[in-house]
Design a protein around this ligand. Structure first.
Ligand code: HEM
Ligand SMILES: *[C@@H]1O[C@H](CO)[C@@H](O)[C@H](O)[C@H]1NC(C)=O
Ligand SMILES: *[C@@H]1O[C@H](CO)[C@@H](O)[C@H](O)[C@H]1NC(C)=O
Ligand SMILES: *[C@@H]1O[C@H](CO)[C@@H](O)[C@H](O)[C@H]1NC(C)=O
Ligand SMILES: *[C@@H]1O[C@H](CO)[C@@H](O)[C@H](O)[C@H]1NC(C)=O
Length: 348
């Protein structure tokens, strides 16, 4: 009995290697294998964001759309192939995902300094981390060590990613499925304080809300006129800023906008306008303190970043983020040489 205790304690202290079944994420995961990965990611995103002020928002959304489907495993990055049905054409993604090329630029830069070590899932995570800082948001210290999936799932993307036409109950359910609570829902929705949305998602609110023939009554009338100007009925599918005052800054404006009926999507406004909802007091709290918002946003982002991660020997480190690695098949003539393996990857 005592011996068993010692063995168990030793196993706990050795913490990991052959004994533990689950490897853990770790903020210092790349300290030896790629100590400058953070800086490399920062430089690429900083450079792109100088000419495209919307990019930090787009990258944070890309990270969210990865994490809600099979976990944060870079499944969203996989392109269509003979074996992969890409998530990029799922309804919530099709024609609205941005930043895929930036992720590839980051991967190229990272491979130059530490080849075959950093996963695309962690690159997406670090891209979200630096995007927050570049947009004036909080510093997020994500634990790392995620590995990349061998699969994607478009059906699951259609099922798990919340719709802007959801009810509050549906939003809560979509987050609960991911292990996220009501505070997480309100804090993460704060990401709608920057970036853009297409007119398509708000036309109903502007012209014919729920078949009433009238606009959404929870929409401020001055804001309604402004939105109708940008999104004329039968007009082009233009882009609208989520935040009319600081469109590219990650700040608490989202919540003060909700308080004055200037939430852009139905799924935004209902956090404040649903009678008796428990989300109202959270909106008020974040609206009155940027610190409170930033602290919760950081906590909830890290919680989201832990969803369904692959660690240890699960998954792989992709060579190219849009494709799973070519398998080094054991051929009849023996094992494939590294040269022919590279040829295989290159030919895909
Ligand atoms: C609560 C449920 C959510 C719904 C229904 C929702 C829905 C949407 C929709 C419809 C758009 C506009 C897409 C377009 O027109 O191209 C959008 C954009 C965006 N979403 Fe969400 N979203 C939700 C939660 C989140 C979360 C949790 C995050 C991140 C933490 C996020 C970050 C963003 C950002 C930053 C944009 C702007 C992207 C850009 O400008 O490229 N959203 N969202
Ligand atoms: C992946 O697919 C997208 C379109 O969905 C395309 O723009 C991109 O070039 C593809 N990436 C690669 C590396 O083939
Ligand atoms: C995605 O969008 C393209 C271009 O608008 C469209 O042709 C295609 O049918 C859409 N795919 C799906 C799966 O909805
Ligand atoms: C995708 O997810 C759906 C819904 O959870 C599941 O039924 C299906 O088996 C998954 N498909 C693949 C290819 O993993
Ligand atoms: C509003 O939508 C409803 C239901 O889709 C439709 O029957 C009605 O004709 C529309 N009203 C207007 C004014 O467009």
């Amino acid at each position: 009995m005592r011996f068993l205790c010692v063995v168990v304690i030793a196993m706990v202290m050795l913490g990991g290697l052959p004994f533990s079944s689950e490897a853990q994420l770790d903020p210092f995961f790349y300290r030896h294998s790629c100590p400058h990965v953070h800086r490399v990611v920062f430089k690429v995103v900083e450079k792109v964001s100088k000419r495209d002020h919307r990019m930090p928002a787009s990258l944070i959304r890309l990270f969210f759309h990865d994490c809600f489907v099979q976990g944060c495993d870079a499944s969203v990055l996989l392109n269509n192939t003979a074996t992969i049905v890409s998530e990029q054409q799922a309804l919530p993604n099709n024609n609205s995902l941005r930043g895929l090329d930036v992720v590839n630029d980051i991967k190229t830069a990272v491979e130059k300094v530490c080849p075959k070590v950093v996963s695309c899932a962690d690159i997406l995570t670090l891209a979200a981390e630096v995007s927050s800082v570049l947009a004036g948001g909080p510093f997020l210290k994500f634990p790392l060590g995620r590995r990349d999936s061998l699969t994607a799932n478009r059906t699951l993307a259609n099922q798990n990613l919340p719709s802007p036409f959801s009810t509050l109950t549906q939003l809560k359910d979509a987050f609960a499925v991911q292990g996220l609570d009501t505070t997480d829902l309100v804090a993460l929705s704060g990401a709608h304080t920057f970036g853009r949305a297409h007119c398509f998602f708000i036309l109903g609110r502007l012209y014919n809300f729920s078949g009433t023939g009238r606009p959404d009554p929870t929409l401020d009338t001055t804001y309604l006129q402004e939105l109708r100007r940008i999104c004329p009925q039968g007009g082009p599918n233009n882009l609208v800023n989520f935040d009319p005052t600081t469109p590219d800054i990650l700040d608490k404006n989202y919540y003060s906008n909700l308080q004055v009926k200037k939430g852009l999507l139905q799924s935004d406004q209902l956090l404040f306008s649903t009678p008796g909802a428990d989300t109202i007091s959270i909106v008020n709290r974040f609206s009155s303190s940027q610190n409170a918002f930033f602290n919760s946003f950081a906590t909830s982002m890290i919680k989201m970043g832990n969803i369904g991660v692959l660690t240890g020997k699960k998954g792989e480190i992709r060579n190219q983020c849009n494709f799973i690695n070519a398998k080094s098949v054991e051929l009849d003539m023996g094992s494939v040489t590294s040269e022919s393996e590279e040829g295989l990857v290159g030919s895909i």
